[in-house]
Every structure is written in structure tokens, then in C-alpha cells.
Design a protein around this ligand. Sequence first.
Ligand SMILES: Nc1ncnc2c1ncn2[C@@H]1O[C@H](COP(=O)(O)OP(=O)(O)O)[C@@H](O)[C@H]1O
Ligand SMILES: [Mg+2]
Length: 353
Amino acid sequence: MSTEAILKIDRVSKKYEECEALREVSFSVNKGELVVILGPSGSGKSTLLMCIAGFVKPDSGDIILDGKRINDVPPYRRNVGVVFQSMALFPNMNVFDNIAYPLKIRKLPKDEIKKKVERMLEIVGLAGLGSRRITQLSGGQQQRVAIARTLVFEPSILLLDEPLGALDRKLREEMQGEIKKIHDRVGATTLLVTHDQEEAMTMGDRILVINGGRIEQMGTPEEIYNDPKTLFVSEFIGTTNIFNGVAVKKDGRTVFKSVEGVILPLAKEAKGEGHVSIKAEHIKLFGNRPKDDIFALEAIVAQNFFSGNFIKYELDLEGTIIKAIDRDPKQVFKQGQKVYMKVTPENVRWFPK
Ligand SMILES: Nc1ncnc2c1ncn2[C@@H]1O[C@H](COP(=O)(O)OP(=O)(O)O)[C@@H](O)[C@H]1O
Ligand SMILES: [Mg+2]
């Protein structure tokens, strides 16, 4: 993967009447990269993709593809491939003709079309199925035809808007692997939209987290997971506990005091109102009060969810429900049992108001 930016989005804004769908969005995508756009429903993901594809015109800002400003270039002249959730294959054509379609309208010679389509069939794992009817394919196979049809004309960038949203869980996971493999084989620069954080984590070279039309953070999955820059990212990724309260000095130490009265250690100097977040797997549970930790909190197991290689707990901390995940369970704490929770200061993330 090169570090040469192929796509540059510069302060792009878009309003629909009252709704600010995109607010000064800026980022760039490197050649060959797979960037996942992750955000809740209504956060502006599709609007962003439609601006790049040319179906929506931004109110302001620049879209630069391959070094050229494309704001005023019509969609069919942009070298951009788009796959939506509802993929609109031609049901009356076979697989081969569906994939060949973009090349036919570009008037390529027949033998060249045949060569390109056959190569695509191989890449998406459908070699030999060219003469099948679309209706004779599974959902996942149809999705691969849609991707092949988009890749066949070698777009500068491939845009996928929740392409797996309609598939069931098992097929979805299979297709996540398939798309990643196709991406690695072709090396096509790809932007993939999803609202599913696990999908974003497993697929993205980098993740762009968007919320309310604004970029919250862009980074590798590791950065987004381990070093969330905003309270939103911290809450949206993984299983997270959020507390509202104040940072104060107590016995010479900086601590956080939640509105419910929970006291937590902080690693760095802090002062005033704010939030802290703690990832569920950073909460360690003990059957007896740990002697080395004055901050250990006593709670009652409200629920436990055993999932084979990990256990999820809901703990009742004087009326507040805390989520904890034990990924290396040596013992199972039962419902109603008293436990002690321990969290190191480094794992208590402070977000001032
Ligand atoms: N054509 C439209 N007219 C008015 N509002 C729209 C239109 N398209 C999208 N919106 C609004 O813009 C916001 C962003 O929408 P969208 O980009 O579709 O979000 P996402 O794809 O993340 O779910 C939402 O609040 C949505 O209701
Ligand atoms: Mg959408």
C-alpha cells in the first residue's frame, strides 16, 4: 500500500433543508487502502459516499480524485464504482452478461470483454458460473457478481454502501472475508460503509468514525479501539461503561467521582466536570477484596452470560449496572454472588466536558 493520496475530501458540507448531513468533513484515502466509514444510522455515511459518486452535490468543499477536482464532473464521467445494499443486478441476464454490461456500454471489443469478465469471475470465486442465471445464485454469490460488475471497469475507487446489510450473520461473515480477499487481489482503493463496529474492525485498514455529519476520529482499528479521542468513539466501539461526574483531588491523588458516588482512580492530572469510560474487558473481578487496591468496588452479579471462551457479566454497583467481560475465565461468578471489581488508572479514560 502506498501513502499517495488518491482521494482527498476537503471541508465538504451538505445540508438537506434543516438537516446538516455533513459538516466540514476532511480526510484522505491512500492508493490501495480499504477505509471503513463507521457511524450510527443517520450520521451522514451514505451522503458522503453519494458526494464522492456524484449523485449528491456538496454545498461547499472540494472532492479531489486522482489529483483532479471532480465536484462538477457528472457521475458517469467519474471513474468511481458503486455497490449499494440493494444491488440491482439484471435478472434477465446471466452472470457473464451482468459483469460485461459496464464494458459493453463503454464499447470495448468483444474478445477483450470476454478476457476481463473471465478474470473477474475468477477473482470473485465464481469461475465457471458465467452462464448461470442471477436467480440461480445464492445471496452471497449475487453480491459477488455486483462487486465484479463494479470492479470490471477498473474504477479509481470502489464505494460500497452497507453491501452486506441484507445478508444473514453467517453469510455476512463469509462475505467480509471475501471482500477483503478481493480487495487484496485487485488492490482497488475501497471505501466501505457500515454501522457495524465489528465489521469495521475486521475489515478496515483504517476506520473513519462519523457522527452527526462530523468526523470523530480516523485511525487504524487498533488506534480507534485502544486510543479513542472522543467520548462518542469510546462509547461506540466495544462494550463500554460511561460515568458522568467530576475529577477531584483526594488524599493527594486525582480521582473521578461519579454522580452516583463511584470513586475511580485517574492516571493523569484532571479537574472539573466530565465523563470517564471503562471498557468491559478492563474490569477485573475477584471473589475476595483485593488487598492491594483501595479503589476496589463491591458489586453483586446481576447476570452472567457464558459464551465458551469468554463470560459477560452485568454487575449491580449500588443500583448502577456495570458491564464486564472476562476473556480468560478461571472461575464463573454466579448470579447474586458478591464480587470485587478492580480497574487500573490507565484504563479509566477521562473526557473533560
Ligand atoms: N434526500 C434527503 N432529504 C432530506 N434529508 C436527508 C436526505 N437524505 C438524507 N437525509 C438526512 O441526512 C442525514 C444523513 O443521512 P444519511 O447520509 O443517509 O445517513 P446514514 O447513511 O449514515 O444513515 C439523516 O439525518 C437523513 O435523515
Ligand atoms: Mg446509509
